[in-house]
Ligand binder design. Sequence first.
Ligand code: NAD
Length: 418
Amino acid sequence: MGAEVRWASCNIFSTQDHAAAAIAKAKTATVFAWKGETLEEYWDCTEECLTWPGADGPDLIVDDGGDATLLIHKGKEAEEKFAKEGVLPDPASTNNPEFKCVLQILKQSIQKDPTKWTRMAANCKGVSEETTTGVHRLLDMAKKGELLFPAINVNDSVTKSKFDNVYGCRHSLPDGIMRATDVMIGGKRAWIGGFGDVGKGSCEALRACGARVTTGEIDPICALQAVMQGYDVAPIEKMLETADIFITTTGNFNIITAEHMAKMKNNAIVGNIGHFDNEIDMAGLEKYPGIKIENIKPQVDRYVFPDGHGVIVLASGRLLNLGCATGHPSFVMSCSFTNQTIAQLDLLDNWKKSNILKREGREEYKNEVYLLSKELDEKVARLHLPALGAELTVLSDEQADYIGVRKLGPYKPLTYRY
Ligand code: NAD
């Protein structure tokens, strides 16, 4: 489409080096990513990606997890504080290792250029955000009136969250566990924390491999759904001595604590496919008195407790499907990225008033979080059907009238949950 693209990874382990190298070689994007970055390198790459030669920054951002968006917002905030009070960000003011890196980067950049992030924020026309956790952050900023540009929530397109999160994880969770451990999943007991979209795909995958699956939920609706689908529902504490595989999918933190892991069976497998590295309390595990770490191979570590028993932790508690395997297959990502592309066109329309998407009665976006329309969501699905040899039934005029929809859609109200 003619955009000039700079690209960084959204996770220290998620780059496939051969794919990144091919992009760099083809010169279709400037690449700042490799597998196995340190946290410092990761945040440096994020800054480099956003630092545009000859411009104040990107016009548009495609984000996954919200880190690029976060850096710009925190950057502007820190520059305002520096301008008012002369105070630089202090990395020692936080114990969070990621946020330490953010503060370090901002401290350095403000000394070089005290309005870099303010100009970047003013230049940016919008962001489209890929994932559940990134969307939570955006909604939070919008609620507080702090969002600096319009945002499109790609995650909650039906053709994203009900496909990538469910079917993508259904594929890449067992892929990651198998590549990392070669363990027989059949017959094992697995506990999956969370029965949302990712949890549903994860439970289905492990059950299909023959595991006996229990899920943990806080939401009675999701818990009841799990039982109706034939899973046991129990908190992790009830499974510590029996389960062989523990997977977190909640988008929340401290789901598996060091104390939990201390009580697990020898060689229990512990992994996360939800977010960051704090669904499993890695910081607590690393500080556990007397803990020893045996590296088995890249992204597979055995943490040995003083009593001699150990747990096998995948991808250092980060997304194991990205760290230990190659993420979701490209077909399901094509659905997600079609949403991303349409979202980018939508933001471009909003900026240039060109109406490339031919949307009726569109209003100018404010600094809020928007969903793509149902028409566009259905379009994403429609575009993917031929590749799978699926043929739609066509409504007759009378049938369309009878159920009160237009013949070419949308076919469902916004409240429909799929
Ligand atoms: P979701 O909201 O549909 O599901 C999360 C579920 O966890 C909810 O049902 C919630 O009730 C439950 N939960 C929250 N706290 C809990 C707790 N303490 N104990 C038990 N259950 C708890 O979200 P989702 O779309 O399934 O996404 C979950 C996470 O996975 C997000 O962080 C998202 O960004 C991430 N994600 C990862 C991938 C990947 O490839 N690894 C893909 C998509 C989404």
